[in-house]
Design a binder for this molecule. Structure first.
Ligand code: GLU
Length: 525
């Protein structure tokens, strides 16, 4: 059975790189009907952060990457291979380190910090790589016992085999390292705690991990691990090293926590579906010929494969995350409004020819109005927390939101500024009512706005189809282009260069307010 693990050091937040590793481990396990483990690698006691593990479990679970084995929020754990927290396994590592000493694959090193420093300085001077010189590997047994008896502090070092270490990485292919130039890694520190290397290998073996999927920064550690597996007489798991994450300028991904912590994206309001979808594409794609980019977690479980992980570094592009978020907002929104439209009007026709902008043709304007109202409520849910309190209680708020629907789905935070013009007409200059390209000068603007004023005043049923009808007839009468009537009117109603369409604004503002704004425009002209 496939068994993968996500093995973070709890730093207090989940790095996007960590999220990607967790996701790929999860997907690979699920695709192969295996288990996904969470293991906490907290052997570095100096870096202990209060609440970090709880936070990690919460974030992973929020994003739906629930583990099959590992620690749980209430302090218990599930799975038969625990404990899954390394600080609870210290004895296990000690026992294994002793076994390595006995077999001659590790040795106690009593060198003081000062001696090591001196040695490194000399190496630097002679342009040699900084490596332990194995002085303590040559200590006679009697000397070792003497030092132990006098409680001289020591670390345990791995005795790297002087040989070529080769392995096949599932992403990078055949890889080899020369053991001769790899330092004798510390396995147990003087405080008795293991280093990452020993703990990681012992745990991956005893937890029966079949596939180690992790970031490329761990590739240089892999030969040390392979040497350890060999020293213990164990078979090593398969390795897959994921490409580095890079900033857009190809430098290593920024370390500032606010830019890389998954929690900060959650706080900013990104959807979990978008975050997952985005993380999946950081160094992977579904293969050539596949154009689909929007995948649910379940769909990713189906299509994920290690073969399609890239070797080259993956660019972390925030615009791409925004794009996924927008697509997912839309996806979720459409899933709600399609059935809603059908519920309101069985015979509604939905035109999907423009995938991004479905069009609804209702059989009556009442039904359309009802739809707008209900749709507005859904939009309100999306942007409520960003909406200025003073707007929230307006009875027309649903209608207003519908006119800026697309903007809300793109970035809900902008909602207040998008609908502000409904409440306060911006103080615009009269030039806004003209449009040289469309052939609208002051006198034309005046003419078309007056024409609209006259006909709209007579309109009793203030709804979109009727408003549209009135304005289209004016266009016909004046024998001009749509824009020559719509532009000056739209500008008069919104006071903006860019705004929702003229019919929607008029409908939302209502007859009285619309006519007031029209009057105001005429006063300017
Ligand atoms: N504890 C390591 C980390 O924080 C785990 C590396 C590995 O997966 O082996 O990334």
């Amino acid at each position: 059975m496939v068994r993968t693990r996500f093995a973070p050091s709890p730093t207090g937040y989940l790095h996007v790189g960590g999220l990607r590793t967790a996701l790929y481990c999860y997907l690979f396990a699920k695709k192969n009907k295996g288990n996904f483990l969470l293991r906490i690698e907290d052997t570095d006691q100096e870096r202990f952060v209060e609440g970090a593990v709880e936070n990690l479990i919460k974030t992973l679970s929020w994003i739906r990457l629930d583990h099959d084995e590992g620690p749980l929020l209430d302090g218990s754990e599930k799975g038969e291979f625990g404990p899954y927290t390394q600080s609870k396994r210290t004895e296990i590592y000690k026992k294994h380190a002793d076994e390595l000493i006995e077999k001659g694959h590790a040795y106690r090193c009593f060198c003081t910090k000062e001696r090591l420093e001196e040695m490194h300085n000399a190496q630097e001077k002679n342009k040699l790589p900084p490596m332990y010189d194995r002085t303590c590997a040559k200590l006679p047994q009697s000397k070792i016992e003497e030092k132990l008896a006098s409680n001289t502090p020591f670390v345990i070092r791995q005795k790297m085999p002087y040989e070529l270490i080769k392995f096949k990485d599932l992403v990078r292919g055949n890889v080899q390292f020369d053991g001769k130039i790899i330092d004798d890694q510390v396995l147990i520190k003087s405080d008795g705690f293991p280093t990452y290397h020993l703990a990681n290998v012992v745990d991956d073996h005893s937890m029966q991990i079949t596939h180690v999927i992790r970031g490329e920064e761990w590739l240089p550690s892999t030969p040390k691990h392979i040497a350890l597996y060999k020293a213990f007489g164990w078979e090593h798991p398969e390795f897959a090293h994921l490409p580095l994450l890079l900033n857009s300028d190809k430098s290593k991904l920024s370390k500032r926590q606010g830019d890389v912590s998954v929690e900060s994206y959650i706080e900013k309001g990104y959807l979990k579906e978008a975050i997952i979808n985005f993380a999946a594409f950081l160094g992977w794609n579904p293969g050539s010929g596949e154009e689909k980019e929007i995948f649910t977690l379940e769909e990713l479980e189906e299509v994920f494969s290690i073969e399609h992980i890239h070797k080259a570094g993956a660019i972390f592009n925030i615009e791409k995350l925004d794009w996924f978020n927008w697509r997912w907002q839309k996806e979720i929104f459409n899933k709600k409004i399609f059935p809603l439209a059908k519920e309101i009007d069985e015979k509604v026709e939905i035109d999907l020819s423009r995938k991004d902008q479905p069009k609804f043709a209702f059989t009556s304007s009442d039904k359309e109005e009802k739809f707008i109202e209900e749709k507005g409520k859904i939009l309100l849910e999306i942007c409520k927390k960003y909406l200025d309190k003073k707007y929230l209680s307006d009875k027309n708020i649903s209608k207003m939101l519908v006119t800026v629907e697309e903007k809300i789905l793109r970035d809900a935070k902008e909602v207040s500024s998008q609908i502000d013009f409904y409440f306060t007409l911006p103080n615009y200059s009269k030039e806004l009512l003209t449009n040289e390209k469309m052939g609208v000068d002051f006198s034309w603007a005046k003419k078309s706005i007056e024409e609209a004023q006259k006909n709209l005043e007579k309109l009793d049923n203030w709804n979109i189809p009727e408003i549209k009808d009135v304005l289209t007839k004016i266009v016909e009468r004046l024998e001009c282009k749509n824009g020559q009537v719509f532009w000056p009117l739209r500008a008069a109603l919104s006071g903006l260069d860019f705004s929702p369409g003229v019919f929607e604004i008029m409908y939302t503002l209502g007859k009285e307010k619309s006519l007031q704004r029209i009057k105001k425009a005429l006063e300017k002209l």
